[in-house]
Design a protein around this ligand. Structure first.
Ligand code: ATP
Ligand code: MG
Length: 405
C-alpha cells in the first residue's frame, strides 16, 4: 500500500520552553534540507510529533534520507483514512496482509487525540483485532512483546494507520548544540569524530589542511567527498581548505627534526582557532585518539594544546581503533578513508617524532619563526565551499582517467 504521511517522534526532548522550540525548529529545517529535491513534500512540525505529508513522493527514498537525520527517535510511515469504522478496518486488514508472516505475534495499538470520536481506544483495539481475526488465519495476539504492532491514531482531521516503527538516528538536531570547527583529514578517525559531533547537535565547519605541490588534488577531493558523506547527517557542510605547504617547508628548514610534528600540529591548531574565531565557533573538534600515534600521547596533546584555551573536543579520544573502524563502516566513510591518497602529514612526517615533547622547548624553537606572518599567509589562501549530501569529487576524476585510456 502507498504510505501518505510519515509520523516522526522526537529524540532526546527532555528540554522545555525555548529549547524545545529550538529543537523542533532546527529539526524541521534539517529535514527540509535533506528532502529539498522533493518539493511536493510538506513538513508540519508540531509540539509532540512532526508530520511529513508525502503527496506521492516515494517513501523508500525519503526513508533513506530521514534515517540519518539527528533528533529523530522513531518514525512510522502511515496511511491516512477517513474517520469511519469501515475505512479503518479495510486499511488495517490490507496493511496486516502486507506485513504479516506465519508465526508472527501482533497487537493493535490505538491512540486518540480526538476524544469525541465514536469509539474509544479500547473499543477500537478490540473491534479491529476481531476484524483481523475473522479475515486472516494464523494470527496470534501478544500484548508485551509482539512482533508486529498495528498503530491506529485518531486525530481531528483523519485516522492514521501504520504497520512499522522505524528507528531514527537519535542524537540532537544539528545546530542545537552550537557552532564549531572540525579538523578533517582524509583518515579514518576524523570523519567518525565529525559524525559524533553532528550527532550531539554541533554544527561544524570542516577545516582541511592541504599542501600542494606535495599533496595531490585527489587528497583534497577525498576530504571533500568524505564531507559529502557526512553532509547526509546534517544537510550541508562548509568545507574550508587551508594551504599548509609553506608552514611545513619553513618548519622543516628551521627546526630540529624531533619537533617537526609537534610544531606542525601547533600551527594546524592555531589556524583552526583563528578560523573558528572568525566564524564565531565555540570549540575545535578533531579525530585524535589517545596513544594511537606519536602525536596523540597525552604529553603530545598537552604540548599541542598549549597554544589555545579554546575547548578542543576529541570525540574518539577513548575509542579503540577497531571501534572507530566499525563506526566508520556503519556511517559509510570507511571505504573512502582507506583510499591511499597521501595527505600533508604523511608527507612531512619525521621518521622519529618525539612522543614526549617538552613544552618549554617547543615554545623556544617556535619563537625562531615569524608565526603571525606564516599564519596570515595561510589564512589568505583559504578557500570555502559548501558541500551537499552525496556530493562527489573523486568519481568525476576517475571517469576522466578512464576516458583517457
Ligand atoms: P585521521 O584518521 O583522522 O587522519 P590519524 O589517526 O591519521 O587521524 P593524525 O594524522 O595524527 O591521526 O591526525 C590527528 C588529527 O589531526 C586528525 O584526526 C585530524 O583531526 C587532525 N588532522 C590531521 N591531518 C589533518 C589535515 N590534513 N587537515 C585537517 N586536520 C588534520
Ligand atoms: Mg591522518
Amino acid at each position: 500500500m502507498k504510505y501518505t504521511e510519515i509520523m516522526v517522534r522526537y529524540g532526546e526532548l527532555s528540554t522545555k520552553g525555548k529549547n524545545r522550540k529550538d529543537f523542533i525548529g532546527r529539526l524541521a529545517g534539517n529535514v527540509t534540507k535533506v528532502l529539498r529535491d522533493f518539493p511536493q513534500v510538506e513538513i508540519h512540525p508540531r509540539h509532540d510529533r512532526m508530520h511529513i505529508v508525502l503527496n506521492d513522493a516515494p517513501f523508500t527514498e525519503i526513508d533513506q534520507r530521514l534515517k540519518r537525520v539527528f533528533g529523530i527517535q522513531t518514525y512510522s510511515p502511515t496511511i491516512k483514512v477517513e474517520k469511519t469504522l469501515d475505512a479503518i478496518r479495510e486499511t488495517s486488514l490490507a496493511l496486516m496482509k502486507e506485513t504479516f508472516k506465519a508465526g508472527m505475534s501482533f497487537k493493535v495499538n490505538t491512540r486518540r487525540s480526538d476524544h469525541h470520536f465514536t469509539y474509544d481506544t479500547n473499543e477500537l483495539n478490540l473491534m479491529i483485532g476481531d476484524y483481523l481475526f475473522k479475515n486472516m488465519t494464523g494470527l496470534k495476539v501478544e500484548m508485551k512483546h509482539p512482533d508486529l504492532v498495528l498503530r491506529i491514531e485518531v486525530r481531528q482531521d483523519a485516522v492514521y494507520i501504520s504497520n512499522q516503527l522505524l528507528h531514527g538516528a537519535g542524537g540532537m538536531p544539528v545546530g542545537t548544540g552550537g557552532h564549531a570547527v572540525m579538523m578533517l583529514s582524509g583518515g579514518i578517525d576524523s570523519p567518525v569524530a565529525s559524525y559524533l559531533a553532528l550527532k550531539r547537535g554541533v554544527d561544524i565547519d570542516m577545516i582541511h589542511f592541504y599542501s600542494p605541490p606535495y599533496t595531490t588534488e585527489k587528497a583534497l577531493n577525498k576530504a571533500k567527498e568524505l564531507t559529502g558523506i557526512l553532509a547526509n547527517y546534517s544537510g550541508r557542510i562548509n568545507f574550508i581548505a587551508v594551504p599548509f605547504a609553506e608552514i611545513q617547508e619553513t618548519i622543516k628548514e628551521k627546526l630540529p627534526e624531533g619537533y617537526l610534528m609537534t610544531v606542525q600540529r601547533r600551527f594546524m591548531l592555531r589556524l583552526a582557532d583563528q578560523i573558528r574565531a572568525k566564524r564565531r565557533g565555540l570549540a575545535i573538534f578533531n579525530g585524535e585518539s589517545i596513544g594511537q600515534v606519536a602525536s596523540q600521547t597525552l604529553e603530545s596533546m598537552a604540548a599541542i594544546n598549549d597554544i589555545t584555551t579554546t575547548p578542543v573536543v576529541r570525540p574518539v579520544a577513548t575509542m579503540d581503533k577497531t571501534e572507530i573502524i566499525r563506526l566508520a563502516e556503519q556511517i559509510g566513510t570507511f571505504d573512502l578513508s582507506i583510499q591511499p591518497f597521501e595527505d600533508c602529514c604523511t608527507i612531512f612526517a619525521p621518521p622519529r617524532p618525539k612522543t614526549k615533547p617538552r613544552i618549554d622547548k617547543v615554545r623556544e624553537y617556535e619563537s625562531r619563526l615569524d608565526i603571525a606572518a606564516l599564519v596570515n599567509r595561510a589564512l589568505d589562501g583559504m578557500k570555502i565551499t559548501t558541500i551537499y549530501p552525496g556530493d562527489k569529487f573523486l568519481a568525476n576524476k576517475a571517469k576522466e582517467d578512464t576516458a583517457l585510456l
